[in-house]
Design a protein around this ligand. Structure first.
Ligand SMILES: O=C(O)CCC(=O)C(=O)O
Length: 293
């Protein structure tokens, strides 16, 4: 395991940033988002977890300590937590921060569109076999092969708590065959043993940006009691096609509870709500079918 190659040194050099992205299949930028904004969202998510009875009583809320049996994504007990989480304006607003937008414009060399669907994982300890398995995002995201994924920890996530690990240079192998697997996404790809996994401690505000063919996975949580909470979202250049599916909230397939009408009720008048309707060029199209799917 190698640490991520940090790219803060070339943050002001768009062509060097693009070169790094092409070489490794990812960029790791420290402190791209304001730490306080990320920690505020962490606090709100942990308040929801506390209300659900998931946290160990008598502990500091921000430590996110649990003694609850693992609850898997999509389970009945998980749904009310996730509906409240997806209703947080601050959660959806993080991806719109100008630091992210500016970086994306440098990478795409044109105005950009943040994809509305924004994902959070609230992953329990003692549940590593159900973590996200090695996969490529394009299988889920579709649309342009250049759409960039961004992953950030909602809080400080040292290596022992897991975070995200990524197979450096794996995008150079093209689109890989998937097999069914447990955990979010439900698929796994074979990992090239000649390539190296990269992983580092994440601090609140750091962002890992990667190509849709870069293989990545949840790293194991080696603690007995720490929740690992994250955000992931995607960006496209405005001339790139986005799958219509990604204009919807995450888990919209669960029905009206997970529609924008249900989720943004409290902040409908804010600039965060339906921002994509005010963008001049959004190329949302029905998702392509994949051969064999
Ligand atoms: O956080 C996770 O467990 C998975 C996130 C992921 O795979 C992604 O951002 O594409």
């Amino acid at each position: 395991m190698q640490p991520f190659v940090e790219s803060n040194d070339v943050l002001d050099d768009p062509s060097a940033l693009r070169k790094r992205l092409r070489k490794y299949g990812y960029l790791f930028i420290r402190d791209l988002l304001p730490r306080e904004d990320v920690l505020n969202v962490r606090r709100e998510v942990l308040e929801i977890c506390r209300d659900m009875g998931w946290l160990r009583e008598g502990e500091d809320l921000m430590d996110g300590l649990t003694d609850h049996a693992p609850i898997g994504e999509g389970a009945d007990e998980w749904k009310p937590m996730y509906k409240r989480l997806q209703s947080l304006e601050g959660f959806h607003k993080l991806k719109l921060h100008e630091n992210v937008r500016r970086l994306m414009e440098d990478l795409f060399e044109e105005p950009v569109v943040p994809l509305p669907m924004t994902i959070s994982r609230v992953a329990f300890p003692r549940d590593n076999e159900n973590g996200t398995q090695p996969h490529q995002d394009w299988v889920y995201v579709r649309g342009s092969m250049s759409i960039l994924s961004c992953w950030g920890a909602l809080g400080d996530v040292p290596i022992k708590v897991g975070g995200l690990k990524l197979l450096s240079e794996s995008h150079k192998a093209g689109l890989l065959t998937t097999m069914p697997a447990p955990g979010p996404g439900g698929n796994i790809v074979a990992v090239d043993p000649d390539l190296e996994w990269h992983q580092s401690d994440f601090r609140a505000g750091d962002l890992l940006i990667f190509l849709p063919l870069t293989v990545h996975a949840a790293a194991e949580n080696h603690t007995p009691d720490r929740l690992r909470i994250s955000i992931d979202f995607r960006y496209a250049g405005e001339s790139h096609t986005i799958s219509q599916t990604w204009m919807q909230p995450h888990y919209h397939w669960f029905g009206d509870e997970f529609s924008w009408d249900a989720l943004d009720k409290e902040w409908r008048d804010s600039p965060t709500a339906r921002y994509w309707e005010r963008l001049p060029n959004v190329k949302a199209r029905p998702p392509q079918k994949m051969p064999g799917w």
